[in-house]
Design a protein around this ligand. Structure first.
Ligand SMILES: Cc1ncc(COP(=O)(O)O)c(C=O)c1O
Length: 395
């Protein structure tokens, strides 16, 4: 294996000192991610690594653009959008007509917010552990935003939702996997209590889809948002909304565009008739570079298989936690392996300095307040995080 000069000695040390290392049945995919020739990448919860497959699909798109320009719209590019709705649907066990494409989660939230009737129900319930773009959608609006606190910084008890969600609640908006702790939330239970109170439930699954199996019908939520950036290996600029069919029929977004129009190509400025299906939540032309990167990323995710990805990521996560604990660290993670995912927070006094020092040694991780955040995925091997811990604690 070709290595970053600073990484090479680390690999040599790992091979010499880790006879008990985990066998990763998906490790063969690692060679499809060239970054591992130069660095130890452990930051998939920020950005999934670039695969040869994603690069290949993007290169193909650029060739098409160069060859036929706009003529591609009428066949291959329109087909690429259809392909992505089908394949995104498969990731969530949804139908293509339940999927809308967008450039960002924030954009999706804005569209949904524009369609919610908050005149009679004014309360939006979210939590302090959710990604801030979730509450930001509601804070500037004329609604009451309730931000539930987490007692331990890891998760929010269901009882807190139960106490906050009432007959005045329009929406419960929270995460499937908390970006702050990696904890997997029981979103089916959250959805149930929202529906009991007559409220809708929106789940931010940006940190979930790809790394854990998701079945939106079984979860029984109204909206589920996720995208390419992290675990679906599609890079930035491509996200999706799942919208439950019955909910779609009841929500007409005011923030909209021609992709939401059921007769998009009638070019009739005087009439607007939204699609019956989830495309009514779309707005304008999707970023085709990102669409193609995502299709390539999905080639890998689908071939590796999300259940297998979950099994491997879970094994790596548990090994990382155990290795960190055996070196005296106290990772901030959920109580049981079933509630944990590939985001491990290591408490540190100067995480910024740690991350910079690790980067100089060839390790890519990130920091959040008070923590170094380490994020293993199926293309990692246990030697990656063991070498990282050695480097982190060597100083
Ligand atoms: C859970 C979660 N939601 C939302 C976002 C941001 O979404 P966007 O930048 O697409 O609005 C992030 C991070 O990028 C995230 O981790």
């Amino acid at each position: 294996m070709r290595c970053h000069p600073t990484v090479r000695p680390i690999f040599a040390r790992m091979l010499a000192t880790a006879p008990d290392r985990l066998v990763n049945p998906l490790a063969r995919w690692r060679t499809d991610f060239p970054i591992f020739e130069r660095r130890v990448y452990l930051n998939s919860c920020s950005l999934g690594a670039l695969s040869r497959q994603a690069r290949g699909r993007v290169a193909g798109y650029l060739d098409q653009w160069d060859d036929r320009g706009a003529a591609n719209w009428y066949d291959v590019w329109w087909a690429a959008l259809e392909e992505l709705r089908v394949r995104y649907g498969r990731v969530l066990n949804a139908q293509p007509g339940e999927i809308a494409l967008h450039a960002s989660v924030s954009g999706i939230l804005g569209v949904i917010g524009s369609g919610l009737d908050t005149r009679r129900r004014r309360r939006i319930v979210t939590t302090g552990l959710d990604f801030p773009t979730l509450p930001y959608q509601w804070l500037p609006r004329d609604v009451e935003v309730v931000i539930l606190e987490s007692p331990d910084g890891v998760s929010v008890p269901l009882e807190a939702f139960e106490r906050a969600v009432n007959a005045d609640t329009a929406l419960v908006a929270t995460s499937h996997v908390y970006f702050t702790s990696g904890a997997i939330q029981d979103v089916r239970a959250v959805g149930e209590l929202a529906h009991r109170a007559g409220a809708l439930c929106l789940i931010d699954g940006y940190q979930a889809a790809g790394q854990i199996p998701v079945d939106v019908h079984a979860l029984d939520v109204d909206f589920y948002v996720t995208g390419g950036l992290k675990w679906l290996l599609g890079g930035s600029g491509i996200t999706m909304l799942y919208a439950r069919t019955a909910t779609t029929a009841a929500v007409i977004p005011r923030a909209t565009g021609w992709f939401a129009h059921r007769e998009q190509f009638s070019f009739d400025p005087g009439h607007f008739a939204p699609h019956d299906d989830a495309r009514r939540f779309e707005t304008g032309t999707p970023a085709l570079l990102a669409v193609h990167a995502q299709l390539g990323g999905l080639d890998v995710v689908e071939a590796a298989g999300i259940p297998a990805i979950r099994a491997v990521t879970s094994a790596l996560t548990e090994d990382l936690i155990a290795a960190a604990q055996s070196r005296g660290l106290r990772p901030k993670v959920a109580a049981t392996p079933a509630e944990r995912s590939g985001i491990v927070m290591l408490p540190r006094t100067d995480p910024h300095a740690d991350v910079a020092r690790l980067a100089a040694a060839g390790f890519v991780v990130d920091s959040r307040p008070g923590h170094v955040r380490v994020s293993p995925y199926f293309y990692n091997v246990a030697d990656d995080h063991r070498a990282l811990l050695e480097e982190l604690l060597d100083a």
